[in-house]
Design a protein around this ligand. Structure first.
Ligand code: TAP
Length: 472
């Protein structure tokens, strides 16, 4: 009876995970989706605790199980709550990466513990257990160290530039061979703890060497890929210990992370392999960016002229990008938009899928400033609107507005879908200088005759515009 209840609780938890994930489809329902998933997780943890507390006849549960579960819940839950509440929005990618590391490491530990128990008992280990164990250990260990390096790169603890050394490719190849050979030995040969230890060491080193050569600015894609690995490792751990909810949750994370990785790569018109081995992007906005200052005739626009253009427009599209996040100017853009709307201007926001440095970066920022969701338009929806728009106000966005992606086959971003900002009647660009963005290339938009550059920090520029609009 209790067993049935526990399984029903697992099914309810799995259903809540699926529903929660579905509600993440739109910013309007994402918060409730998060809550549903959290309730699902609480149910799953509760059911697992009851499961441990009521061992089957003949099954021995250590007296230490309860104190360890209680300690884990208090320490893990407390740390999770504290970090989630205190983290800066811009530091979210590195926090997600740390959580990935913890998830991957935990999945590997579960598999290692189970295998060690079976191997030391001297019994023969069923093939399916060995396969799940080996996969769980390998994926979990690669995710653990890979995610720590990714997090370190984003936090500035590890240099963001691609780090390569002589023979690093060979070393990666040798480690991969060691992992595969060791896995085959365990699957088809006798149980062996030294071979398991060798696989663990090789997989941990592989994770480090896999992520070091990737540029810091590509880390969000790498983190999404590692997130997908975490899910897969957790699903494997679920197979090892026979826990259905771990299998389902792990498979959901694995699939969702994989799809997100593919979507991000597509939105940058790059393959996942190119991201992993391409060494693209410096990861630092300073030195690399300064290298390619744009040439051509640039027209500057003053704050007062820009304010007049905006205030007397019928339609304005705001195009936010990474610079908006750097300047933390989300509240200022909202204030300016409110002022314009009070004058009868239609304002909407064009959201490019990879604007900023993490998935949903612009949605999260604008939601923080309570910008109404219906004003946020996805790229495919807003692109036909630009040619009917009086003013496109670009705030700290660069690559995602570069017409070279459409017209210049030799451009590194050629083929990347962009926002058709250049088709608006007038374009106002707020940025601090002519320095390029993440891709390190000039933007043809800035030399178009209908573009006016307003050189300023996004926060300052927007608040000066708001003051000027108020004065009209
Ligand atoms: P970027 O092309 O990186 O351009 C950002 C611009 O913001 C820079 O040119 C910079 O110019 C300006 N800026 C920086 N700080 C500013 C401030 N305080 N005030 C005003 N402007 C400021 O950004 P984007 O258009 O959002 O494109 C994102 C890029 O990142 C794409 O190339 C994309 O492929 C890449 N990427 C995105 C993701 C995800 S998931 N979002 C993941 C990996 C890579 P100044 O220095 O002159 O001010």
């Amino acid at each position: 009876m209790l067993d049935t209840l526990i399984h029903l609780a697992y099914i309810a938890a799995a259903a809540l995970f699926v529903l929660g994930l579905h509600r993440m489809n739109s910013p309007a329902t994402a918060r409730s989706g998060n809550w549903l998933s959290a309730v699902g997780m609480a149910i799953a943890v509760g059911a697992a605790v009851v499961d441990v507390a009521t061992p089957a006849p003949g099954q021995h549960v250590s007296g230490l199980a309860w104190p360890i579960i209680a300690l884990g819940t208090v320490v893990g839950g407390g740390l999770g709550l504290y970090t989630a509440r205190s983290v800066q929005m811009t530091a979210m990618p590195q926090l997600v990466s740390l959580f990935n590391a913890v998830g991957g490491g935990a999945a590997a530990l579960v598999a290692i513990e189970d295998y060690t128990k079976l191997a030391t008992a001297g019994d023969s280990i069923p093939l399916e257990t060995t396969v799940s164990t080996v996969l769980g250990v390998v994926i979990g260990c690669v995710t653990f160290t890979g995610s720590l390096i990714a997090s370190g790169k984003l936090q500035g603890l590890v240099p963001g530039r691609p780090i390569k050394f002589a023979g690093s490719q060979v070393a990666i190849g040798v480690l991969a061979l060691v992992v595969v050979a060791g896995a085959l030995y365990l699957i088809f040969g006798a149980p062996s703890l030294p071979i398991l230890a060798l696989i663990i060491a090789a997989a941990l080193t592989f994770g480090v060497l896999m992520v070091l050569p990737i540029g810091g600015a590509d880390m969000p894609v790498v983190i999404s890929l590692l997130n997908s690995f975490t899910g897969t490792a957790a699903a494997m751990a679920g197979f090892v210990i026979g826990n259905p909810v771990l299998i389902i949750a792990g498979a959901l994370v694995g699939a969702a992370g994989g799809i997100l990785t593919k979507l991000m790569a597509d939105a940058m018109n790059r393959s996942i392999v190119n991201i992993l081995v391409g060494g693209f992007g410096t990861g630092d906005t300073g030195a690399g960016a300064a290298a390619g200052a744009a040439t051509g005739s640039v027209r500057e626009v003053g704050v007062d002229d820009a304010a007049i253009m905006l205030a007397y427009a019928q339609n304005v599209i705001v195009v936010p990008g990474y610079g908006l996040a750097v300047a933390q100017a989300q509240h200022n853009v909202r204030e300016l938009a409110d002022l314009l709307e009070s004058r009868g201007v239609n304002v909407s926001y064009a959201i490019h899928p990879v604007a900023g440095r993490m998935p949903g970066h612009m949605n999260v920022l604008l939601a923080e400033a309570n910008v109404p969701y219906p004003q946020l338009k996805e790229m495919d929806e807003i692109n036909p609107e630009f040619s009917r728009t009086d003013v496109a106000l670009v705030v700290g966005a660069n690559d995602v507005t570069n017409p070279a992606a459409r017209s210049n086959p030799s451009s590194p971003i050629y083929g990347m879908p962009i926002l058709n900002v250049d088709q608006a009647q007038n374009v106002i660009v707020i940025k601090r200088s002519m320095r390029p963005g993440y891709a390190g290339i000039d933007n043809e938009l800035y030399t178009q005759p209908n573009t006016g550059m307003l050189f300023a920090d996004a926060k300052d520029g927007l608040s000066q515009l708001a003051t000027a609009v108020k004065a009209l």
